[in-house]
Each structure stands twice: as C-alpha cells, then as structure tokens.
Design a binder for this molecule. Sequence first.
Ligand code: ZN
Ligand code: ZN
Ligand code: ZN
Length: 215
Amino acid sequence: MSKRKHDEEDSLSTASSDSADSLGHVEDYQRAKRNRRVRFSERTVFHFPRTQGYTCVPSNGGTTLGMKHKHTFVERILISDDDLSESEDSYDSADSGEEHCFMPIPQKDRKDILKAAGVKKINKQEAIECMQIRYSRQICGCSCKEFCELESCSCHLNGINCQVDRDSFPCGCTREGCQNPYGRHEYDPITVRRHFIETERRLGQMSALASAFIH
Ligand SMILES: [Zn+2]
Ligand SMILES: [Zn+2]
Ligand SMILES: [Zn+2]
C-alpha cells in the first residue's frame, strides 16, 4: 500500500470519529468511490424484415439481400453485469481463427434466404443488372503489355495511376516496365493481411482494457 493511500485512510478514520456530520460525509465518499464505474442498463434492438436489397453488387451473382425501411418490432433488453461478462466471453471465443472473414453468399443461398423470409416475387432484372456491372468492372486498366508507353497507355492518357491487383490485372505493366508518371500501385496481400492481424490485436487489447474498467 502506498504512503499516500495510508494518509488518505488515516484522515478518513480521524474524520469519522470527529462528529456525526463528518461521518455522513465519509459514507457518501466511500459509496461514491464504490459506484464510480461505467454501467450499461439497457440494450435496444430494432428488428427489420428481410427483402431484396438493390444496394450492392454480389460478387458471385444472384439477387441482393437487404432490409425493409421500417422495423417491425423493437426489443428492449435489460443488461446485468452477468450478461456483460457472458457477451465478452462469447466475443473472445469467436475472436479466434477465420470467423471474422466474410465469405460471399452463393447465388442459390441468396434465393433461399429471401424465400424463407417470405419474399414471394424476386425481381430477376436486378441480377441481370448486377451481372452487367460486374462485367463492366472487368474492363479497366491499360492494355499495355509489360511496358507503359506514354502516348498509348490509357491510364496515363486519362491522368490516373496504373493499378495491379493480381497477375496483369487490371493493368498489364510490370513494376520495372511502367513509365506512367502518375505512378503504379500494386495490391500487396501480405501487407493487407498484416494490417488485419495488427488491427484485430489492437481491438482485442482495447476490449480487454474496457472490460477491466467495467469490472
Ligand atoms: Zn499502361
Ligand atoms: Zn495502367
Ligand atoms: Zn503502367
């Protein structure tokens, strides 16, 4: 126990023996000290029915999944300290492994999900439009082979940098052969993965800190 803590307690015990008035003050002080922490009392959950989304382009095809604009019911759940430690535990167990990586939902599953949610008529036009968008996204980057010549490179002519996500896509130039003065960006999956792991680690530390503060 530190010297400072000793002094504090000494002065408190002296105060408590002084008079009835100061005794009340000490109790207030001790109660305030006990209660000084973050508390969560209630959680409000809005439930929305599922419907066709029209908001994104599924990478594996099919219709989009979305929510209706208006919720159907609201749930209010009181949170006790037990619930909090329980939810932290479940977060910790789900935290390991690849469970945080979202995989695209297959075309057939999307249809099944909508049907199970009571959607009777699926607008097929949406899937066709999404397919056209996916196709148009494939046509990008310059068609240079290895070298980017300033007068023919479409990236340079449009005033943008070259971009290489994987083997010769979208741009066909190599790191050494690209002459584009606007630059050449190459997607590096290792750096992205490292950033993902680092961010997860930081979030884990923050949540451990937060729970230490709560308890
Ligand atoms: Zn080029
Ligand atoms: Zn290019
Ligand atoms: Zn280039």
